[in-house]
Design a protein around this ligand. Structure first.
Ligand code: GDP
Length: 533
């Protein structure tokens, strides 16, 4: 893999540190090659010794508790983690997002913490359902996207058809950066439009050019029918597609596209380079009373994820904080705007692959893990004292609602601790019914229930099961008229529960009953998401 350009790249040492951060996620449908690409990106940047070290293979890394085993058995990625690596004078922060659709809520929040995304598409499959969903989340925030069309070493759809499909389905302008020469058994390298060269799959430069037409003078190439077909289709693509425009890319409306193979390491260095050279610096963070500019002097950041028990031996809980501005130094006191409480951040951490390191200093774009005992929740804003609230990090109304049954009645206390601990991660929600003392959990997908039961059993030694309770819909309720809200709650007592922040939640048997309540109580708002402030 060629990293030759690195030597020629302009030095970045004169830049303010935050301008050298690239904070991004990879979005894809399961099996498109996200894990393989992650490994390759890390090894291309020299961050790991051998490809294959990202997803802890059996026996290699011991203590990631049972739900990780479950993840491996199912071949899905449940936990989001952060991987930081250096490349070309840049600090790359790659946030891993779970691929399974049941975990879209977690993914959604992770995407609030990135400045760019790499969209991986399987060349044989084109746009798949999960790609589309994740793309839509990125679009909500106009996140710039680089498209990596993977698996060109296998037979796939023709490049022009893929481009057509992506443009059509996503309403996104594409512009080619790496164009494949043949596919599958015919695959013979690529045309690199950025560095203006033709390269073999092994990374050897066959020809350089100023204008693409120059290549028609290179005998060894024009004699090759596969190359000539690639050149023709590239010309067609270029005629059909707009030229690259950095501003439009940064606004999220144009995506540079690279064809490559994660497995063979083809196009991976170029992908890093595209992200490095073009990828946006930390962007302003939507917040109230005003967006936070990354060059503001005072430190601010927000929690986009909390993970409990990352290390089963330590019972630790890590809040992942995306810094939005300022220069954070270890030991600094930060205020949690939600609780109004100050905390000294003594042991902030960076994550490199599977290793952690104390974070002495961090700037906008960086992700620091802050160990804590429940003081930090998803959505919390941390500042040097200012009252600022980062916006747009929602709770989603659960779609599956279950009563928790404890098989060992002596363990009620442990169960309530386990459920609240895990609810803090923001993947499951816990409610208490207003009448009676039932514990209720709400999740967005069935798999989360299984993960929850498995973790509560393994990590807290409490066996639980779930039973349906006749409710299918949960809505947070609020009203501008506090008396009306009281009347509603009194009238609906048996259908009411409270979330962890004691906010009232209305449970309905099904959508019809939820609708009916809406009609009967026009002054009440029924919300499917609740912003976490
Ligand atoms: P994820 O589910 O998106 O993380 O996908 P993986 O990275 O686990 O890849 C899914 C399958 O596709 C695995 O069997 C990979 O070996 C295979 N794969 C990934 N990239 C490529 C590629 O570039 N070419 C080929 N032929 N197979 C690939």
């Amino acid at each position: 893999m060629s990293l030759a350009h690195a030597a020629e790249a302009p030095s970045r040492s004169h830049l303010e540190p935050f301008r050298t951060r690239r904070t991004f996620a990879i979005i894809s449908h399961p099996d498109a090659g996200k894990t393989t690409l992650t490994e390759r990106l890390l090894s291309a940047a020299g961050a790991i010794q051998q490809a294959g070290a990202v997803r802890g293979k059996a026996g290699q890394r011991s203590t990631r508790s049972d739900w990780m085993e479950m993840e491996q058995q199912r071949g899905i990625s449940i936990s989001s983690s952060v991987m930081t690596f250096e490349f070309d004078g840049l600090t790359m922060n790659l946030l891993d997002t779970p691929g399974h659709s049941d975990f879209s809520e977690d993914t959604y929040r992770t995407l609030t913490a990135v400045d760019a995304a790499i969209m991986v598409i399987d060349a044989a499959k084109g746009i798949e359902s999960q790609t589309l969903k994740l793309f839509e989340v990125c679009r909500l925030r106009d996140i710039p996207i680089i498209t990596f069309i993977n698996k060109v070493d296998r037979e796939g759809l023709a490049p022009l058809d893929l481009i057509d499909e992506i443009q059509g389905k996503l309403a996104l302008d594409l512009t080619p950066v790496l164009w494949p020469i043949g596919q599958g058994v015919d695959f013979g390298g690529y045309i690199d439009l950025l560095e203006k060269r033709v390269v073999t799959p092994q990374g050897k430069t066959l020809a350089e050019f100023e204008a693409i037409d120059d290549l028609l003078d290179v005998e060894s190439l024009v004699d090759n029918p596969v190359f000539m077909t690639a050149l023709e289709t590239l010309e067609l693509a270029r005629a059909m597609l707009p030229a690259f425009d950095l501003k439009v890319f940064h606004e999220g409306h144009m995506s540079p596209v690279l064809f490559g193979s994660a497995l063979k390491g083809i196009g991976v260095a170029e992908l890093l380079r595209t992200l490095g050279d073009w990828g946006p610096e930390p962007r302003p963070q939507p917040a109230l009373p005003a967006p936070i500019a990354p060059d503001e002097k005072k430190v601010s950041g927000f929690v986009f994820k909390v993970q409990a028990n990352m290390d089963a031996n330590h019972r630790d809980r890590i809040a992942f904080v995306r810094l939005c501005s300022g220069t954070f130094t270890r030991g600094m006191r930060l205020k949690n705007v939600r609780s109004g409480k100050d905390m000294a951040v003594a042991n902030p951490m960076f994550f490199f692959g599977n290793n952690r390191e104390l974070a002495e200093e961090a700037v906008a774009g960086d992700i620091v893990g802050i160990p804590n005992h429940g003081t930090l929740s998803v959505g919390d804003t941390l500042t040097e004292g200012a009252t600022i609230n980062v916006t747009g990090i929602p709770n989603f109304a659960p779609e599956i609602i279950r009563r928790v049954r404890l098989t060992d009645a002596m363990k009620t206390k442990q169960m309530s601790k386990a459920l609240s601990d895990l609810a803090e991660e923001g993947v499951t929600q816990v409610f208490r019914r207003m009448v009676g003392a039932d514990w209720i959990v709400g999740v967005v997908g069935q798999l989360q229930l299984e993960v929850l039961a498995s973790r509560v059993a393994k990590e807290y030694g409490v066996p639980i099961t779930f039973e349906p309770m006749g409710f299918e819909v949960a809505r947070w309720v609020e009203s501008d008229d506090p008396d009306e809200l009281k009347r509603f709650i009194a009238a609906q007592k048996t259908n009411m529960a409270e979330d962890r922040a004691n906010a009232p939640v209305f449970l309905a048997q099904n959508a019809w009953w939820a609708d009916r309540a809406k009609q009967d109580w026009p002054k009440i708002r029924f919300l499917t998401t609740k912003e976490r402030h």
